[in-house]
Write a protein that binds this ligand. Sequence first.
Ligand SMILES: C[S@@+](CC[C@H](N)C(=O)[O-])C[C@H]1O[C@@H](n2cnc3c(N)ncnc32)[C@H](O)[C@@H]1O
Length: 220
Amino acid sequence: MQGAAYVSVIERDSPHLLTESLAACRSNDSLGSPLLFEYPGVGRVSPVTLRYLKVLSDLERHFGDLTGMHVVEIGVGYGGQCQLITSRWKVASYTLVDLEGPLALTRRYLSKLAPSAPLIFVRGDDVTRSEYDLCISNYAFSELSRSVQDRYAEAVVRTSARGHVTCNFVSSHFDIDSWTKSELSDLNVESRWIAEEPQTHPANAVLVWGGRDVQALEAR
Ligand SMILES: C[S@@+](CC[C@H](N)C(=O)[O-])C[C@H]1O[C@@H](n2cnc3c(N)ncnc32)[C@H](O)[C@@H]1O
């Protein structure tokens, strides 16, 4: 169900990606035996890969060509988002911030699927202040504890010229105190909320700053 919804949004916003990044999607699914589903006109792909492709579509609509950018991603999972981005755009660097254990998996995955990408792996405890062209985080920055969010915000999020942060608000269910939606809005003076499409939870939303305000342009 959700995979088909991602395909619909990508077909609407960035249909070229369903052909141009299809090989990268197949590659993304080639390790770890993810569940694959058949989508008309697309073939067999995992819904998680389609979710990463949807984020890639958003990034291109808001920020255009990512060539030459210094990118940072917070809470990277197995590295699927990084693989799709670096297979399409020759970024100057791609910094992956996560905990030590998950990063070991990410390193292994990306050593096979993005062996020549300019990757920098940083353990959360080792994050130091750096400037980036683009900060990405999918369901990760928003669910961290407030003290970790404060540290990352100062070191890498507020120092990023552009941002695409998909936010969920689940922390309180796990007794974790995280930033509220209005505190997240203050990450950048240009911050704007866009809908999470497809909406996977009523409270979820995507915080974007920098680049073109696509929704305002489309509303004209
Ligand atoms: C819900 S998962 C999302 C993973 C990936 N972004 C995705 O969309 O599939 C949250 C991610 O945040 C990471 N994470 C948890 N605590 C973290 C911390 N203190 N610093 C950085 N990443 C952290 C987890 O290891 C995991 O990769």
